[in-house]
Design a protein around this ligand. Sequence first.
Ligand SMILES: Nc1nc2c(ncn2[C@@H]2O[C@H](COP(=O)(O)OP(=O)(O)O)[C@@H](O)[C@H]2O)c(=O)[nH]1
Ligand SMILES: [Mg+2]
Length: 310
Amino acid sequence: MATNRRLSIVLVGVTGSGKSTLGNILLGFEPDQPEGFGTSSSSRSCTLDTETRNGFWLGDKITPIRIIDTPGHGDCDGRDEHHREKMVKFLQAEGTVDAFVWIKNSQQPRYDKQEAEYFGILMKVFGPSLFKNLVVVFTRWAFGKKDEVRRNRRRPPLTLEDVKKELWNSFVEGRDPIEVPMMAVDALHDSEDEIEAAAFRREMEVFLSTITKFSAMPVREIQMVRTEAEKLEQQIESLREEMKANRDLAGEGLQIAIKKMEELEDNLKRNRESQQPPAWLESMRLFAPIAQKLLDFGLRIAERRLLKNE
Ligand SMILES: Nc1nc2c(ncn2[C@@H]2O[C@H](COP(=O)(O)OP(=O)(O)O)[C@@H](O)[C@H]2O)c(=O)[nH]1
Ligand SMILES: [Mg+2]
């Protein structure tokens, strides 16, 4: 199916679900082609930055697509919040996107806590209209007979319907969404295997015809959202910063006070020195009582002589 508009497709989901691998396949790359996205099976390890590649749908040179690969959630270096903030800024700059693809590893069909947390975050970032532009792709779902036999041996047997239902029920919990189209692929299937190749083509056709019907979703105004744990961490961090600033401030205050005290002591010393009497006054003060005694003595002698002469 051809379209002139470059379809912009955002891959979301938890780390390891197969976003980067599927992104490469959608662009017609080999899973680990150097021009493609780094996957956790390649030497370039897992995706830490939101990245994009422009190309054509399955490499067909007809349908221009833009794949936006995101780091996801539960990431390898434990900095989800930081990567998400960068993803939000990246998408704001994109302006609009055509489709969000929630990638889910079908070999872990249960919708776990981490997925629920991440889906909740995406709902808050993009709002409930996310459902209008959402498709689900289950990865690692091989269609061959042997794979089916293996799945049927599980108790209870694992069917695509069950896997879809499990995710659907988890998505709709407490929400009223419109139906989300779901596809399944084995991104690493053997293209020589006719059953696998046909199933892949069929699922991908549904995928493309679904997203071409979507209207582009504006993402310029989306806002960063934090989990409760991240919010608490942020509060603790700002308190820590505040404490550090106060401690520095207190230290600075103490320094100023000490300096002031030293200045005052200096002033006092100078003041005392300036109030010292001059040396001659001190000598006079010492001499005055002696002179007084001498005068008294002289006076007494004179008086005695006067008495004798009378
Ligand atoms: N067999 C198979 N392996 C897959 C499929 N999708 C992803 N993988 C493998 O799963 C691992 C994680 O994939 P990656 O694309 O890095 O996941 P991301 O973290 O979501 O980008 C890699 O080793 C892939 O080779 C799939 O459809 N089939
Ligand atoms: Mg990746």
